[in-house]
Design a protein around this ligand. Structure first.
Ligand code: TXE
Length: 472
């Protein structure tokens, strides 16, 4: 079992010339992240490019085994990784947080190793057999965010490696250390230069996205950066998978029992203290259940402790960074000024630390209010009252994003009908944001394009090739 200190030492050594990284919960210094330059990036891409043919030539079975071995290594260092993730990202240890995230990393590695993508005969007639096969693309750029740095990182890394690509990972500047630590663990199971981390700012991220040797960019982050990456890739024609922001709606139908759904509803919105791409960010509740749902959520929220990341009892933690904290608190202040009802929370939990914000339920808001229309990406949920289901569906579909959406009801047939009308890449009934490594995940509209997970996710990091043979 690797300890936290050993892991940090292995990743950072004694170099203190990099960028200081602090714990969101306490402000304490964790360590200094390397600041890689444009030259470092150039050298990393050359090395990854040179390593790629050898990695591909190892064959699919050997690559799948390397992923399984990597999963075992992650499990062997899991508590050290959990502690680093909790300190750096801010998420608590328990609940759907740091231990959950590190557990998901090894699960994703194993499931990705077990996927089967066979050649497919697409034409077979008296003259011709045409077979579709999938080949590596080359060097993949994996550019990730700070909210689920390890889980989203492995979503990008695992399928890319499985398909015979090499990978350059550029973690968010807010959470570089845990991603570099994960890379160092994975590298024990991989040949040299197959997986390389570049810890740098946006400028080097932009150079990576535009680099002529990059064949594919896997990006998760904001819609604005997604647009920049599309522009960067005009030169290299890199293929793109873009998982961008969302503003997921949930609709509670009239026949719902609030007590039956309240736990899943709460965690659908507040998982990772609300800092989740496919979290519930706008809740539409039928007028007959409006106050009941609000009361149930308030009662449930009082049983969920907000506290320091390393406290075993905490289930909610700080907002990860000051910029996000300001977005969250600014949207709540704006709603208050417009006359919204702040049912619970509504001001910073200063007694816990500078970045703590409590669960905040905001009622009596409408579409068009910034707190409804803009992605809060934090522990705040606007709750909107509706009268007609069609009106709720129209409003849920109103915005130019569509990552996830949900319907809540005791009547599965009614819920399924509404699910069919919601415009999003994933729609859940009586839950929100639960992902499965075999179920393709991706967005529509401003939430991006391309699919991750499962066999579709493998196809997304491969070059399809059709071999046309005369019929023997
Ligand atoms: O993301 P950015 P940030 C949303 C959330 C948040 C907002 C900003 O609403 O408030 O995005 O967060 C790299 N070329 N989400 O600033 O800027 C950057 O270094 C190449 C939703 O963290 O999109 C980082 O590694 N790379 C989201 C990554 O892109 C560039 C999760 C993401 O940064 C680049 C996180 C460029 N030109 C935030 N500019 C989700 N969908 O889950 C930046 N980067």
């Amino acid at each position: 079992m690797t300890t936290y200190d050993e892991l940090l030492q292995r990743v950072l050594g004694d170099d203190t010339s990099g960028k200081p990284v602090r714990e969101p919960a306490t402000g304490e210094l964790i360590g200094y992240a390397p600041l890689h330059s444009a030259d470092d990036l150039e050298s990393a891409i050359s090395r990854a490019d040179r390593a790629q043919p050898g990695w591909a030539a190892l064959g699919d079975a050997a690559r799948a085994n390397a992923l399984r071995r990597a999963a075992d290594l992650v499990d062997g260092s899991s508590e050290a990784l959990v502690e680093l993730l909790a300190r750096e990202q801010g998420k608590p240890l328990n609940g759907p947080n740091a231990r959950f995230e590190v557990g998901a990393v090894s699960t994703w590695l194993r499931v990705t190793a077990d996927l089967q993508l066979d050649p497919q005969v697409v034409v077979e007639d008296e003259n011709l057999v045409a077979e579709l096969v999938y080949e590596p693309l080359g060097v993949v750029a994996a550019i990730g965010p700070w909210n689920w740095p390890l889980m989203i990182g492995i979503w990008q890394i695992a399928p890319s490696l499985r398909m015979g690509n090499t990978v350059i990972v550029k973690p968010s500047g807010y959470t570089p250390l845990s991603v570099l630590a994960l890379i160092s663990i994975l590298n024990e199971a991989l040949p040299a230069d197959v997986l390389i981390g570049i810890s740098a700012g946006r400028d080097v991220g932009a150079l990576l996205a535009a680099h002529r040797r990059i064949a594919k960019i896997m990006f998760t982050g904001s819609t604005a950066t997604g647009r920049s990456i599309i522009e960067s890739s005009a030169g290299n024609l890199a293929r793109l998978t873009l998982e961008l922001g969302g503003n997921d709606a949930g609709i509670v139908l009239p026949d719902t029992d609030p007590e039956a759904i309240v736990g899943d509803l709460f965690w659908g919105a507040f998982i990772n203290t609300g800092q989740t791409c496919a979290a519930l960010k706008r809740l539409y509740v039928h007028e007959s259940q409006y106050e009941n749902v609000i009361d149930a959520l308030v009662r449930f929220s009082t049983s969920v402790p907000l506290g320091p990341s390393l406290d075993e009892t905490s289930l909610l933690g700080p907002v990860q960074n000051q910029a996000q904290f300001e977005i969250v608190s600014g949207l709540v202040e704006d709603a208050r000024a417009r006359g919204a009802r702040i049912v619970t929370g509504g001001s910073p939990a200063k007694e816990l630390g500078d970045l703590f914000y409590p669960v905040t339920l905001v009622a009596d808001v409408t579409d068009g209010d910034p707190i409804v229309d803009e992605e809060q990406f934090g522990p705040v949920l606007p709750i909107i009252k509706y009268t007609e289901v069609d009106e709720a569906v129209r409003n849920a579909n109103r915005l130019n994003v569509g990552l996830g959406a949900s319907v809540w009801s005791s009547d599965l047939a009614a819920a399924s009908e509404v699910a069919g009308k919601l415009k999003a890449g994933s729609v859940w009934i009586n839950r929100h944001g639960t992902l499965h490594p075999l179920a393709p995940f991706g967005g529509v509209k401003g939430s991006g394009y391309g699919l991750e997970f499962g066999v579709d996710g493998l196809k997304a990091v491969a070059a399809p090739k059709v071999i046309h043979r005369p019929r023997a």
